[in-house]
Design a protein around this ligand. Structure first.
Ligand code: HEC
Ligand code: HEC
Ligand code: HEC
Length: 121
């Protein structure tokens, strides 16, 4: 008799537990998805609008494949938000892309032979 009374109770408890775990997992999955949907790498690009030299497409995958981590760029070089103002003079002065594209860590932005590696018509 006793066990028959306890069983439904235990089952109810177990069901509650499963629901809590499922809800927690759902929240976790949504958070991970939101982060990966926003992140530049992997598989994401940021397009800088057309300038005199044509638009520039920053490819997160190209950079991730070179072993760069989020904190190599964020937030000391770029905010984690697109739409920042980047001027070529700043790049040439070693800021933004120019923090790396200086001929040491990556191909030099100043070099006329390299303009079209970033700028596409
Ligand atoms: C080589 C540099 C670099 C690396 C590495 C990098 N990012 Fe970025 N990220 C950028 C640039 C550039 C932008 C655009 C900034 C702007 O427009 O001013 C950006 C923008 C973003 C944004 C805003 C996107 C939007 O649509 O508003 C997020 C979020 C972001 N990065 C997350 C990440 C995460 C997470 C990682 C690591 C997995 C990462 N980034 C690695 C350079 C980088
Ligand atoms: C490492 C990538 C990279 C290289 C290489 C590069 N640029 Fe840029 N350039 C940019 C980015 C990013 C912007 C900002 C575009 C925007 O915000 O629309 C820009 C903007 C510009 C602009 C717009 C006006 C201004 O002054 O900001 C001009 C003109 C320009 N670049 C010329 C050049 C020339 C000429 C070269 C070659 C000597 C060159 N760029 C090489 C990334 C690069
Ligand atoms: C933290 C360092 C870092 C920053 C910041 C960075 N890059 Fe790079 N980028 C690299 C490295 C490293 C490579 C691969 C080595 C090379 O090609 O010289 C690379 C490669 C590239 C390439 C591939 C070129 C090709 O011909 O395959 C492009 C395009 C590029 N970067 C554009 C940009 C632009 C645009 C920005 C700024 C919005 C930027 N990068 C900022 C490190 C960086």
């Amino acid at each position: 008799m006793r066990s028959k009374e306890l069983l439904p109770h235990a089952r109810e408890k177990a069901e509650k537990y499963v629901k809590v775990v499922a809800a927690a997992l759902a929240v976790l999955v949504i958070c991970l998805f939101a982060v990966s949907a926003m992140a530049v790498p992997p598989g994401k690009t940021v397009e800088f609008p057309d300038g005199a030299m044509g638009k520039v497409i920053f490819d997160g995958k190209v950079h991730a494949d070179k072993g760069l981590k989020c904190n190599d760029c964020h937030t000391k070089i770029f905010p984690m938000k697109k739409g920042g103002t980047i001027a070529m003079a700043d790049i040439n002065a070693g800021k933004f892309c120019g923090a790396c594209h200086n001929g040491t860590r990556a191909f030099a932005a100043k070099d006329a032979a390299n303009c079209t590696r970033c700028h596409k018509k």
